[in-house]
Design a protein around this ligand. Sequence first.
Ligand SMILES: *Cc1c(COP(=O)(O)O)cnc(C)c1O
Length: 398
Amino acid sequence: MSISNENARNYKIASQCVHSGTKNDCYGSVIQPIYQTATFRFKDADHGARLFQGADEGYIYSRITNPTVEAMEDAVAILEGGAKAIGCASGMAAVFTLVGSLLNAGEHIICTASAYGTTITLLQDVMPKYQVETSFINTHEIESVKKAIKQNTKLIIIESPCNPTMMLTDIAEICKIAKQHNIKVAVDNTFCSPVLQKPLELGADYVIHSMTKYLNGHADVVAGIIVLKDEDEYPHFRSMMNNYGGVISPMNAFLVHRGIKTLKLRVEEALKNAIKIAEYLEKHPKIEFVRYPGLKSHPQYELGIKQSKGSGSIITFEVKGGIEAGKKVINNTKLIQLAVSLGGIESLIEHPASMTHALMGEDARALAGITDGLIRLSVGIEDADDLIKELDYVLGLI
Ligand SMILES: *Cc1c(COP(=O)(O)O)cnc(C)c1O
């Protein structure tokens, strides 16, 4: 027998990563098989009718639910300590499932100013069409959040750490304030993964992930998920997903579920590498500054220790000589590839102002503290010595 979802909740995270979600089947499959089917046969007319009424449990059509997808959803719900999860075609589909399910016309969102670029574009450019307005606030400043709360504020969306500024938001503190005003809190936990940070335990109502990043971890899938703390809210969110149709495919759900089996190993290995690299960069004479919550020089180092088990493996830094020197760095790395995305086994480097954060505009970048010379490095699980050797070489070119 595979372990049940209830039992899985009693295991430590390494065991949960390996075993959570897998269903028992008639063949004794050790790994959750891929149910690559769009639809499911009913036994007879009454059975079909009962499934549609919700009187019987079972599968109808893969936009509604699919066993492979459900197994992966259960695994992530267990890892995050949530009641239920809904797999999504991408991280952005997860963000939309969240705001689409919760917000009505005339309501208001508060979102971390330096949130993921496309999250900002969605909230800034698309949601106003539906009369949903968003205030982008430096959520690391608690007073600014308090001031931004309005009568119609329904949701606070936090990214901690947010990129590329790598500032942290005190999740427990924001949740406390939100509760007083009857506002829901969602945390985009993509950068930490449940291995390092569990927002629902800190008081949040929802967790979202781009599973494209650490959860899948192998840069071969685009996927997302939303995890709910409260089971009662599940039918409403599921219905939103069913109606707009942004589901994850069985194949991608299988790949993510497989990736999760090594999540703890990958996250911890990348974290060890990132600490070594951040310390190396901080001492380098060609470096203007390094932003990484695992460095004692980070202004919120203590908060990081309080709310997370580790500082993750995304580092941002600025080289002396501004944008031109920065270009030289990103044009000359080889082991570290020039590409957007993050959280994979491979190290990636990019330039936020011209790439991931280009669309948010100059003013918003200035407010969020994203300077033109900033470089973002997603540290993979290659050997730290090789990564440092390469950084040493490229920094020597400027
Ligand atoms: C990548 C990312 C997203 C969007 O996810 P996609 O899978 O690319 O749609 C959202 N939030 C964060 C923090 C991300 O890094």
